[in-house]
Design a protein around this ligand. Sequence first.
Ligand code: T3D
Length: 269
Amino acid sequence: MPDDSPVLLVQRDGPVQTLTLNRPQALNSFDGALHDALTAALKAAAADASVRCVVLTGAGRAFCAGQDLSDPAVAPDPRPGATPRDIGHLIEARYKPLAMLLHDFPVPVVAAVNGVAAGAGANLALNCDLVVAARSASFIQAFAKIGLIPDCGGTWLLPRLVGRANAMALALLGDKLPAQEAARLGLVWRVVDDAALDAEVRALAGRLAAMPSRALAETRRAFAAADHLTLAEALSREADVQRRLGMSHDYTEGVTAFFAKRAPVFTDR
Ligand code: T3D
């Protein structure tokens, strides 16, 4: 019987949009349909001013096993003399736009890593702003095991997150890194008990949604920009951004609420 369940579940809870990768039979690995659905849902959320935080998670026992290696569009043809497939095209057309979409996202994106995250699935999580992992989750840079290099931003993200020595070991060996160890290395922010993941992430997303979105987005951009700036340049950039944010309604609201001893209500995006 054909499986007609959607490959991506989209659920809205107030200002929080939860996107659940839903191909559990293939550990939520990416085929074309999942790529299309996730990209479209992220673009829609980015364009919707009422969405103030996005949560990305997986259905079943996995977060995401990366590329669906059985997808006929990209799977290697083992027949002698067969023309090799151009998987560089897949990376350019699918994974690069996805990583850039997350990098430039206007509101925080939280990865709720509910289980194994492998290959591009691991790096999908690392492209998110905060990564919360269930204690039973794990991270695998599986690429070398199939003759590839880390993609979906892995070569850029890994050394920045865990330093070159750890990044190199993860990428070259492709070992399974348990969530607790991933947190110790700085690959993920927090590990919680499996049963607590949903509640912890819901509370975290609610907090982020109530914060000044523009300031959070500018914080992420400032961190990324600082990678290639001198200290003096970073300080000047901080002044530029602060000048713009200082003219925002959210800044006025934040300071007013502080002196009124009430909770601020931030509205800018
Ligand atoms: O085209 C390109 O390759 C370029 C794109 C590159 C981007 C990438 O992401 S490359 C890396 C691709 N991902 C991997 O190499 C990971 C492959 N999967 C695994 O190593 C293991 O499945 C896991 C470590 C993730 C989990 O292991 P385990 O023992 O818990 O589960 P399992 O038995 O291996 O998998 C369960 C099922 O999911 C199984 O199917 P079956 O036998 O029950 O019918 C398995 O084949 C399927 N599955 C798991 N990962 C993938 C997959 N099917 C298709 N593609 C997968 N990536």
